[in-house]
Design a protein around this ligand. Structure first.
Ligand SMILES: C[S@@+](CC[C@H](N)C(=O)[O-])C[C@H]1O[C@@H](n2cnc3c(N)ncnc32)[C@H](O)[C@@H]1O
Length: 284
């Protein structure tokens, strides 16, 4: 199946505060949020001009805007952008944001070359691009200054398959074992091979695929992290731990530490790659 921008657009045009609440409503969301926040805080410098792609409802927008000099916000969904604007107004942050754009990240012609010090694209945005992943990467690299920082987060196939195994079992009964083998082999949920009723058509990634994608561009990978590692403990164990403030504080601390251990990279729900653009031209 080739990339169809209508799929993510329609999906996220029909989301409301589900996205805004996604990262705080439960322990899993909080783990993801804290790991991402730690990375953003370590790489975004006060003088930076930052582009946040696939910003969604603004859960990270409200944090990134406080970390940098200038923030540009973009998303394919007009609804998410309107929601993000409303949230930023509510938090008195609206005037601090340079501009908002409804756009598809594979065509960012509205921005010039080398416009940003940092491009942030986290929370599983590139997973929707399917056969256009390289085009998405090429555009992000084009708008990034030489020496600029790229922060990309993707859904992890192995992590997701551990967590959602029971769902996979149900889907196997609907789509059959060959479809199940397909999704295990490729991480791709698409209309032809794995037609989930939600139309959540995505390419969930393995670290080897992320490495191969990044290797096609003039990038030096600075950091690889998983995120949502303790999520594998299961919802009940996680929520029980969250009820104990002392234990939960320690779990957050260890989530941030353990997700940096190479052996855990594929095991969380997401993977985050931080890379620096070299002075060369993209050759992808
Ligand atoms: C799972 S949400 C993540 C939102 C936010 N980054 C976060 O982590 O909370 C994915 C977002 O990516 C946006 N998106 C998907 N494909 C896109 C594309 N090709 N160009 C720009 N935005 C896209 C969706 O509309 C949605 O808001």
């Amino acid at each position: 199946m080739s990339y169809d921008p209508a799929i993510p657009r329609d999906r996220y045009d029909n989301y409301e505060d589900r996205e805004w609440l996604r990262l705080e409503r439960d322990g899993h969301g909080e783990l993801l949020y804290r790991v991402h926040l730690d990375i953003l805080e370590r790489y975004i410098k006060p003088g930076y001009s930052v582009l946040e792609l696939g910003a969604g409802s603004g859960r990270y927008t409200k944090d990134i805007v406080r970390m940098c000099e200038s923030l540009t916000v973009a998303d394919i969904s007009g609804h998410q952008i309107e929601f993000n604007k409303a949230k930023m107004r509510e938090l008195s942050l609206f005037d601090k944001i340079h501009s908002f754009h409804v756009l598809d990240m594979i065509d960012m012609s509205v921005f010039g070359d080398s416009a940003f010090d940092c491009v942030v694209c986290i929370g599983g945005v590139i997973d929707y691009l399917l056969d256009r992943e390289r085009d998405g990467m090429r555009e992000m690299l084009r708008v990034l200054k030489p020496g600029g920082i790229l922060i990309v987060g993707a859904m992890s196939f192995i992590g997701a398959s551990l967590y959602y195994l029971d769902g996979i079992r149900h889907e196997k009964n609907t789509f059959g074992i060959e479809a199940t083998r397909w999704v295990f082999d490729t991480g791709i949920q698409d209309a032809e091979h794995y037609p989930v009723p939600s139309k959540h058509y995505v390419h969930m990634m393995r670290s080897g695929e992320m490495d191969a994608l990044f290797a096609q561009f003039p990038l030096e990978v600075l950091e690889r992290s998983s995120a949502g590692l303790f999520t594998q403990a299961g919802d009940i164990a996680l929520e029980n731990a969250r009820q104990d403030a002392e234990l939960w504080k320690l779990i957050i601390e260890k989530e941030i530490a353990f997700t940096k251990i190479p052996g855990t990279l594929d095991c969380g729900m997401n993977m985050i790659y931080v890379a620096k653009k070299s002075d060369g031209e993209p050759h992808g």
